[in-house]
Design a protein around this ligand. Structure first.
Ligand SMILES: NC(=O)c1ccc[n+]([C@@H]2O[C@H](COP(=O)([O-])OP(=O)(O)OC[C@H]3O[C@@H](n4cnc5c(N)ncnc54)[C@H](OP(=O)(O)O)[C@@H]3O)[C@@H](O)[C@H]2O)c1
Length: 326
């Protein structure tokens, strides 16, 4: 089968597309013919060797996708051949098929297309986990989201509105400002021209945000603690800017503010199966009701993986980039 292959960790230009042997299926596993895979920052970090998990080489990158079950392991009762599913694994998604533990797959409703199925699990799932389970966002609170036109960001804007918050979306260009406005943000900050901290203060009458979801890190995170409300929560979710920030701890102390880590992979990729089942049921219900939808800005065939990754790294994506794998 055709797949993207990472032979050694390094720049994304080292990736190649070629033929690989089909894997044997285990008793607790599924074989899935992949139709769509989605690109995430994690996939790039892993291929560069900069992610906390380093798969044995060579490996097939890509964590999230959707397709049709073509073979079922002997112990699996929850799936049958022909089921339409999404899956979330740490790697192996940029290929024509995957053999994955059945526990990583979720059956999707007929109304959900493969693009949505391949994107919601690394956008809406971590956003929900961060906003609801980690930060306890309440109706009426003010939520600031950085990198708000990205995959996680666009989902967080929608969920923030659904949860009854006032949403301030912070982005790095005018084009992205338009996108987050169209996605339902109440206020928008373009930090390529505006001072992020001053704008948050301006939009909150000097109080600061109750909750800040930060996926950018670096200089933007440095400003978050200066524009979070008393008793506020800053959710540390990612470092897309490339710099993991540090913080003088007198600052959260003086504000009675919390720094809240949110690592969905640490909880949602194999740790708490019942929690994941409940979360997926909730999100699929919201999707079926038309209340959530992942935004897809770019579509590439499998063999254009490098262009796809450079598009993400160039901050051109709005929402998600997907790969059509067949
Ligand atoms: N902790 C978790 O559970 C979890 C789950 C999913 C993702 N993440 C992490 O969260 C971060 C965002 O993920 P994502 O999937 O939303 O990524 P994404 O779609 O690429 O969005 C990231 C956003 O960060 C901003 N950004 C600022 N500086 C950047 C730079 N130097 N290069 C690239 N982007 C930059 C960009 O927005 P502007 O151009 O508007 O600034 C971009 O839209 C990543 O670090 C990812 O690893 C964490």
């Amino acid at each position: 089968m055709r797949a993207v292959i990472c032979k050694e960790f390094g720049p994304v230009d080292n990736l190649v597309v070629g033929q690989v042997e089909r894997r044997e299926i285990g008793p607790k596993q599924l074989r899935i013919a992949i139709h769509v895979a989605s690109l995430g920052f994690m996939d790039i970090l892993m291929a560069r060797g900069q992610y906390q998990l380093k798969p044995p080489l060579p490996y097939i990158p890509g964590s999230c996708g959707a397709g049709v079950v073509t073979e079922v392991g002997g112990d699996v009762v929850a799936f049958k051949v022909g089921d339409r599913v999404s899956f979330l694994n740490y790697f192996s998604a940029y290929a024509e098929e995957i053999v994955t533990d059945a526990i990583t797959a979720i059956r999707i409703p007929d109304s959900m297309d493969f693009e949505q199925a391949a994107t919601y699990r690394l956008t809406y799932s971590p956003s929900w986990y961060a906003l609801v389970d980690r930060a306890g966002l309440k109706p009426g609170e003010t939520l600031v989201i950085t990198g708000a036109a990205g995959g996680v960001g666009m989902a967080a804007v929608r969920l923030g509105k659904l949860l009854g918050a006032r949403v301030i979306a912070a982005v790095g260009s005018e084009k992205k400002a338009e996108a987050v406005r169209a996605n339902g943000a109440d206020e928008v900050i373009d930090y390529s021209v505006d001072n992020f901290r001053d704008k948050v203060k301006e939009y909150t009458n000097g109080r600061g945000a109750d909750v800040i979801l930060d996926v950018v890190g670096g200089d933007i995170f440095d400003q978050c603690i200066r524009c979070v409300n008393i008793w506020g929560r800053i959710i540390v979710m990612g470092f897309a800017s490339g710099r993991i920030p540090t913080l003088p701890m007198n600052l959260p102390m003086l504000k009675n503010a919390s720094i809240v880590g949110a690592f969905f992979g640490g909880w949602g990729m194999g740790k708490d199966h019942e929690g994941i089942r409940v979360l997926n049921a909730k999100l699929l219900e919201l999707a079926a009701a038309g209340q959530i939808k992942a935004h897809v800005s770019h579509r590439f065939p499998l063999d254009q993986i490098k262009t796809a990754m450079h598009t993400l790294l160039g901050r051109e994506a709005i929402g998600k980039i997907i790969l059509n794998t067949r």
